[in-house]
Write a protein that binds this ligand. Structure first.
Ligand code: NZQ
Ligand code: ZN
Length: 388
């Protein structure tokens, strides 16, 4: 570990199939009016909505309903949520759902007591909140983003064709998150595997950077092996509690700031995927899956040592008698075969991208410099074309 860093994570986690009862311990810490944030209705189908309403009522809370948070929450929905929170003077934001609900809750939390336009302030100018922050709690029903234990909040602006994430500080991170793997059992298979790939790629984004011998990389390898192992079980038997609970726990540790310590971190797959998302509104994990292999094959030779290590340590590739390049390529081939077994979408055209969108998607792709190769605009276009 050659970096200098601090480490602190304020989110308290309650994990397991009995974790919802701890909402009773958390709620008394916050004020009376709770904005109950959820999506398109999955929480009603699984009976979670009724359970939560009962707990809120028995804790004497006034509930402000904020339903209809869509996957890839929009700036229009954010503005609506802020208005609702202001009108009702809410004390607490309880997000019940996946990353979209949790991200949205954080965006509302930093905007309620702020006069500026949230999109301009946080997503264009990347300013930090100076205003009072409304605390957020989360009951997670979809695993993947890690939003339950980080400060990330991604908002989509369809008019401007931009999907942008702001990573807020400790004070915006959920005060607590309730992780019950059983809630994830009702996810359609497509959402489950998209979440699995999101987890895996979060780990890759942090792993594929730096040259030093770094404990974060050893932790990352263990997390990757766990998610590969459990995903293959869950895809065959979605009701396997052990596999689903491992996936849920791995998701949290994949992006709760731990394994980025001492790393410059890459994040280019996410930059490409988010721009694809801005044009297509496609499922986040699928946008990542579709651009990953062309991206990693483009940068492989610049980070050959790490790609070789990835092949050997994560995929069990035997390196004997092979060049580093051969080993690294085999690792990516193993990864591709796993992605196919899960049934991930490996082409952006299947997500709705057409040739005429490529230049715009490239334009909306922020180029970062933490990975093994700073891409040129031409390389971005080439990767997108190879992802078609
Ligand atoms: O809206 P409902 O009806 O709840 O349905 C949702 C939604 O359609 C459904 N779902 C969730 N739990 C379910 C369920 N369906 C059945 N049973 C359940 N138990 O799943 C769909 C997707 O939900 P969503 O919250 O959109 O998925 P995800 O957790 O993948 O979140 C995606 C958003 O998070 C952002 C993405 O960009 C995207 O906007 N990200 C946030 C990050 C962060 N905070 O750090 C990092 C990630 O890289 C990512 O960018
Ligand atoms: Zn992601």
């Amino acid at each position: 570990m050659l970096g200098n860093f601090s480490y602190y994570n304020p989110t308290k986690l309650y994990f397991g199939d009995e974790s919802l009862k701890y909402l009773n311990e958390e709620l008394p810490k916050y004020g009376k009016t709770v904005q109950l944030i959820y999506g398109g209705g999955s929480i009603k189908k699984i009976g979670l909505y009724d359970e939560i309403v009962e707990i809120l009522k028995s804790n004497g809370k006034t509930i402000v309903e904020d339903a209809g948070v869509m996957p890839n929450p929009t700036v229009e929905k954010l503005n609506e949520g802020v208005k609702l929170a202001r009108e009702n003077n809410v004390d607490f934001l309880l997000a019940v759902g996946g990353g979209s609900c949790c991200d949205y809750a954080k965006a509302v939390s930093v905007s309620v007591h702020c006069d500026d336009d949230p999109w301009e302030k946080y997503y264009i100018r990347f300013e930090e909140p100076e205003c009072k922050i409304v605390p957020v709690g989360c009951v997670l029903t979809m695993t993947g983003t890690g939003s339950e234990m980080n400060g990330g909040s991604v908002i989509t602006n369809h008019e401007q064709k931009l999907k942008i994430g702001h990573v807020f500080g400790d004070d915006v991170m959920p005060k607590f998150s309730i992780l019950n793997p059983k809630y994830t059992m009702s996810l359609p298979k497509r959402q489950m595997v998209a979440g699995v790939y999101d987890i895996f790629n979060h780990i890759c984004e942090q792993y594929f950077s730096g040259e030093d011998d770094n404990t974060s990389d050893y932790i990352a390898e263990a997390l990757m092996k766990s998610v590969v192992h459990s995903s293959l079980i869950a895809v065959e038997n979605p009701n396997d509690y052990e596999a689903r609970s491992n996936i849920m726990w791995t998701a949290t540790w994949a992006l709760n700031t731990l394994i980025s310590r001492g790393k410059t971190t890459d994040w280019m797959v996410h930059m490409l995927g988010q721009s694809v998302g801005a044009y297509t509104d496609a499922t986040h994990g699928m946008t990542l899956a579709a651009v990953s292999l062309p991206y990693y094959r483009t940068i492989m030779s610049y980070g050959l040592k790490k790609f070789k290590r990835f092949a050997v340590e994560v995929w069990g590739v035997c390196s004997e008698g092979k060049t580093d390049e051969e080993v690294a390529n085999e690792g990516l081939a193993e990864m591709e075969s796993w992605m196919k077994k899960l049934g991930l979408t490996l082409s952006i055209s299947e997500l709705g991208v057409t040739d005429d969108m490529i230049d715009g998607i490239a334009e909306g792709t922020f180029i970062l410099d933490g990975g093994y190769k700073v891409l040129t605009k031409e390389e971005v276009i080439e990767i997108l074309k190879q992802s078609m």
